[in-house]
Ligand binder design. Structure first.
Ligand SMILES: CC(C)(COP(=O)(O)OP(=O)(O)OC[C@H]1O[C@@H](n2cnc3c(N)ncnc32)[C@H](O)[C@@H]1OP(=O)(O)O)[C@@H](O)C(=O)NCCC(=O)NCCS
Length: 314
């Protein structure tokens, strides 16, 4: 197989909007500090929806936008670190909800870099001939793993899902998903974590901040190089939506003034593995990036893990 490409996207967000002022009623913080230090104005927090419900809703939209049907899908991969159930995995639940009969179905857990890991894995499966049409989803319900008395985390995390339908590229077609650059820094695994039996997200904010703003830009540039795309050609940069200061710091080092820099965090918060497909789906829905234009995705987070690739916009 010559490669794969993203055919369509879809996303789902819970209807409940939670403002910074509401968070300030729970912990000692304020709207100005959160806007200034993190960049979030509001976020979406789920009610009864499970991770699988949100994942299926996003996948359903992506499938509707693709021109394919459930019968065409032979692989479902869900990136998530907030599924409460150990088994069945979220991918199987999504397949059941969407009536996808017999797909290969598995979850990927690399926290906030999960979507780029899952997209890389799906691209490899299609290249190897192990799948032809896949749905890859990032979905998180971080509100269930948030200590709402901890102001260092409860201001940041949120809920949502984004999905992409990925298909085999034609033999004479250039690949629409570039080689993934992926890796981890296991010795700093504790810098962002959800541990134990009654887990809450915990983090060493400054460690993550320093790592993200110093180590990641060269890796993102590697993803461009491996795809044969000069950074000056990028139409958009869609990094994990962790913090607007981190996003700006990486973008500055990439030197891509021509590119749209996704800042969905402002109204969606940090939705971990969901943040990249959510932000990308919204850019495409608003027709801000032309079809076929190169877009750099780059995820990073718990583990510490990272992954990114250049894709062609559907
Ligand atoms: C978490 C983060 C926003 C904290 O910002 P920071 O600039 O590092 O803030 P600090 O922890 O140094 O705290 C600075 C001051 O603000 C205070 N503060 C911390 N959290 C606050 C809050 N929510 N509201 C108001 N004040 C707060 C601190 O007590 C400290 O006060 P002091 O100077 O009087 O001691 C920032 O470190 C960050 O975004 N890191 C990356 C985290 C991340 O992206 N995690 C997800 C990875 S996927």
């Amino acid at each position: 197989m010559s490669g794969s490409r993203i055919l369509s996207l879809g996303h789902y967000q819970p209807s409940r909007v939670v403002t910074n002022d509401e968070i300030a009623q729970l912990v000692e913080t304020n709207d100005e500090w959160i806007r200034d230090r993190v960049g979030i104005v509001s976020r979406r927090i789920a009610g009864d929806e499970t991770v699988a419900d949100m994942a299926a809703a996003a996948a359903d939209k992506a499938l509707a936008n693709s021109g394919l049907t459930a019968a065409d899908i032979d692989l479902v991969v869900v990136a998530t670190c907030t599924s409460v159930d150990r088994s069945p995995n979220v991918a199987c639940r999504v397949a059941a909800k969407l009536g996808i009969a017999a797909p290969a179905a598995f979850d990927v857990n690399t926290a906030c870099s999960g979507f780029a890991y899952a997209l890389g894995t799906v691209d490899h499966a299609i290249r190897a001939g192990a799948a032809r049409n896949a749905i890859v989803i990032g979905a998180e319900k971080l509100s269930e793993f948030t200590d709402w008395t901890d102001r260092s985390t409860c201001i940041i995390f949120a809920d949502g899902a984004g999905a992409a339908v990925v298909t085999a590229a034609a033999e004479d077609e250039a690949p629409g998903i570039g080689p993934v650059v992926w890796g981890s820094v296991p010795e700093r695994g504790d810098a962002v974590r959800i541990e134990g039996w009654r887990p809450y997200v915990a983090q060493e904010g400054q460690t993550v901040f320093r790592w993200a703003t110093t180590a990641l830009a060269p890796l993102a540039l590697q993803a461009c190089e491996r795809a044969g795309v000069d950074p000056s050609e990028l139409a958009a940069f869609v990094p994990h939506q962790a913090n607007t200061r981190i996003i700006d710091g990486i973008a500055k080092r990439l030197n891509i003034p021509q590119a749209i820099i996704a800042k969905d965090i402002v109204e969606s918060g940090n939705t971990s593995a969901a943040s990249i497909p959510l932000a990308l789906s919204k850019l495409v829905e608003r027709r801000e990036v032309p079809s076929g234009a190169p877009v750099l995705l780059f995820g990073f987070g718990g583990g510490l893990t990272y992954a990114g690739q250049v894709i062609r916009c559907p």
